[in-house]
Design a protein around this ligand. Structure first.
Ligand SMILES: Nc1ncnc2c1ncn2[C@@H]1O[C@H](COP(=O)(O)OP(=O)(O)OP(=O)(O)O)[C@@H](O)[C@H]1O
Ligand SMILES: [Mg+2]
Length: 276
């Protein structure tokens, strides 16, 4: 059975796709896992980085897997990336936005379409990573319903925490109605600059997360702002391929993040087992 992890924040541009791409890379290299990235964002940024020949409207994509007139098994939509051990379900671009819109008018089962689709391939991958869009519509709802765990990707700053409450409310609703097992296993802080102001915002973030019913670990160290991160991503290279010490160190940080995430999921499963 694969482990399914969704990466989310309804705020745009905080580093969700960057985190998914780099954790996927660490998963296939350091952890030696077989990985599927599902691009659940009509912007298609994960597709652009990992499967650039499969952008936009396609005969088979996430849009045709979960759309109202769904006709693609997810195994048909998955394509090989340039990285050995990593497949991608391309988003389908605008088709995915339209498919999500169509789901709104469905009477039943709309939240579970991705979950149902994933069951077909759950013995094929060790790890499935879902890159969520910056919204709280049917796409993240499908992702949260399908996921074993959710990783919050956040940046620091005056507006960074705005909207976090809405995301957490959505998670609570999902836990109540469609996925009682969903846990926020970690917060990854991205794009940090070393200033006193950042220390202040880091404390604010830790404070707001500390008040949740289940404490969410903030993974250390946070990811600094660095041009090579964007450059490596734009050129489709893993940080381990980039050729600088800083990039290799950051690659290891993402591998360590994945170790923590997998450990938290395992601890949660053990806790649930002992409660039965
Ligand atoms: N730590 C960082 N240092 C420098 N650039 C970064 C860093 N993290 C992300 N970026 C760049 O910032 C931009 C936004 O990042 P990314 O696409 O990962 O965010 P996102 O949360 O997925 O955005 P969206 O909500 O639009 O999907 C990208 O161009 C990315 O390369
Ligand atoms: Mg993104």
């Amino acid at each position: 059975m694969s482990i399914v992890v969704a990466f989310a924040n309804q705020k745009g541009g905080v580093g969700k796709t960057t985190t998914v791409v780099n954790i996927a890379r660490a998963a296939i290299t350091n952890h030696r896992l077989t990985v599927l990235v599902i691009d659940a964002d009509p912007q298609g940024n994960a597709t652009k980085v990992l499967a650039p020949n499969h952008q936009g409207s396609l005969p088979h994509s996430l849009a045709t897997v979960i759309g109202r007139t769904a006709h693609s098994p997810i195994s048909t939509a998955a394509v090989a990336s340039d990285w050995t051990g990593l497949d991608v379900v391309p988003s389908g671009g605008d088709d995915l936005a339209n498919a999500a819109q169509d789901l709104v008018t469905m009477t039943a089962g709309r939240e579970s379409r991705l979950k149902k689709a994933i069951t077909e391939i759950s013995d094929r991958y060790d790890l499935i990573l879902i890159d969520c869009p910056p919204s709280l519509d049917q796409l993240p709802i499908n992702a949260f319903t399908a996921a074993d765990a959710l990783v919050l990707v956040a940046e620091l700053g005056q507006f960074a925490l705005d909207g976090l409450d809405r995301l957490l409310d959505t998670v609570e609703v999902i836990q109540e109605y469609t996925n009682p097992e969903l846990t926020i296993v970690a917060a990854i802080i991205n794009d940090v600059q070393k200033t006193k102001r950042m220390d202040y915002w880091m404390r604010e973030l830790r404070d707001s997360i500390a008040h949740l019913p289940e404490p969410v670990p903030v993974l250390d160290p946070p990811v600094q702002r660095a041009t090579f991160i964007a450059e490596a991503q734009e050129s489709g290279q893993g940080l381990d391929m980039w050729g600088t010490v800083k990039a290799r160190v950051l690659h290891q940080t993402y591998a360590d993040y994945l170790t923590s995430i997998l450990q938290s999921i395992k601890n949660g499963e053990n806790r649930n087992d002992s409660e039965v």
